[in-house]
Design a protein around this ligand. Sequence first.
Ligand code: AHR
Length: 640
Amino acid sequence: MTDIRSALNFFRPQLLATPFLTATLLLAQSPAVLTIHADKPLHAVSPTLYGLMTEEINYSYDGGLYPEMVRNRTLRDGGWEQQDWQLIQNAAAGGAMAMDKTTGPSAALPNSLRLTATTASQAEPVGVRNNGFWGYPLRPETAYSASLYARADSASLGAVTLSLVNNATGKAVASATLPTIGTDWKQYSATLRTGQIIPSTDNHLEITVAHPGSLWMTLVSVFPPTYRNRPNGFRIDLMQRMAGLHPAFLRFPGGNYLEGDHISERYDWKKTIGPMVDRPTHPSPWSYHSSDGLGLLEFFEWCEDLDMQPVLAVYAGYSMKQEHVAPGKDLEPYVQDALDEIEYATGGPDTKWGAERVRDGHPAPFKISYLEIGNEDEFDRSKSYDGRFAQFFDAIKAKYPALPLIATAPVTSRKPDVIDDHYYKSAEEFFTDTHHYDNSDRNGPKIFVGEYATMEGTPTADFGAALGDAAWLTGLERNSDLVAISSYAPMLVNVNPGGMQWHPDLIGYDGLHSYGSPSYYALALFASHLGDQVPQSEITGAGPRVFDSVTERKSDGTIFVKLVNASPTTQRLHIQLQGASSVAPTAKLIRLHAATTADTNSIANPSHIVPSETTVPVSGETIDHPIPGYTVEVLEIKTK
Ligand code: AHR
């Protein structure tokens, strides 16, 4: 790897120097020294240090990871007829479209869209169109699974045609005909297959009839191929991006999404399981309605697909508009809901809720690694969390004594196993806080940094944010005897207009493409180069914007040195290895570097800042190594 910019940074000051400045600069340029005592392990590194946090925000699921293409498929989101669904009429064909609140396929979905065709023919059909989530992202030679629940007023309505239509040409790029629709509610399915098209999001769905009559429909679905072909599964590129972060766990379902604005809008898990037609959907606190197509079971399946340990958060009786459930009798049904939820995930077929999971298609139980009671309960001004936490704690520990419980705010009534701390800060604040946990009590609860982010960059974190995040993570690694788990938040953002409710985010996408922010790559670098113990090390003479962390993999003696230079100029570094019986003659160097802190990646330029790999020479037990300005890097040193 040749880095012209850093070489220039290194030499330029000498060209300008006066004798006095020369002396000062030489002093300033004497290398920092990092001494690593490979034979003196201080403590183990938590194997769950790096994971993911998720919730329905920024169109993370609907319009994102849950790749359903039909927006507002059950018409539960307001304004459906203005933006999502529209009537199609032709010159010699007419009709109407309305919400019918008197008929639907299930108790959960009691409404439907009624299409009334007054005049229609094969040449001039009548129908409805759905505009999708910023269009329909279609690829060539791809099979899309379409389905809908429907009924007709009479068999004379005839066949119903489903078409994916290009907005620019008005021509169908895939279509299928459903047989005559019956007069009772029933699900109909078809496959829509594209040919040699150019990948594009500039498409919509049309559902048309060629004869007069009425057609009622809801739960209209068009699903692309999914990661590992899981039915009702996940968007492939986003799963691959997440896999690149090497996550040990997934924290779900939120965040504010767990709490809801109101108690009635909380994450009510029982309404998110089973067949789609039995899921009523619910309003989320992030300004749009959730389809709940990605429901509780799907969260666990997501963990299964990426080999992540589930960190499940249960609703704990507080919603964000300062509504809370008083501890005691009132809270009992919520505690019972949490117990049922654990049983749904972990119970055998002989348990009530375990049997329900088996019926839902997943016979094998899941293991929950941590259970979190609520989210950010310090915001509950009634101060009821201590009492609520105690009630959940007692009931859950009585049935699941080994399950580690996470509190989301300080409590005194019980001793939680873990406390969830959240940090949204500027890069500058993170730089000055990397020693946050150095002197924390080692006999208290473990720490879960359940949400953190350097608040720079939009929609996704820029390189300045990556420096802040990486500096912060060096502190978490050094303290990973105490900090058991950590996750960046929020993870996903749909970068289309109106898609974002919070920035910065880690991974950005539109319908067809996705990219990782510089923070994504910094985090991936850290998580994929993690030893299992922290050896003793000291750094001296480094600038105030230089941060480091050293971990070691016991099995093969690999030492991972993470270095962050958040200053604009090169930091020279002399690494001295002690206590290793032999050291390989070269070390691998993986570097993430940018010219400015504002540098970033985007949909248009997804790979502007990505890691590059090279080797550096090791001389005996030393490495002399300049770290260019604005750099996050890992040195992988093989010792025995
Ligand atoms: O990450 C965005 C939000 O920040 C989360 O929903 C909430 O827990 C926190 O306040």
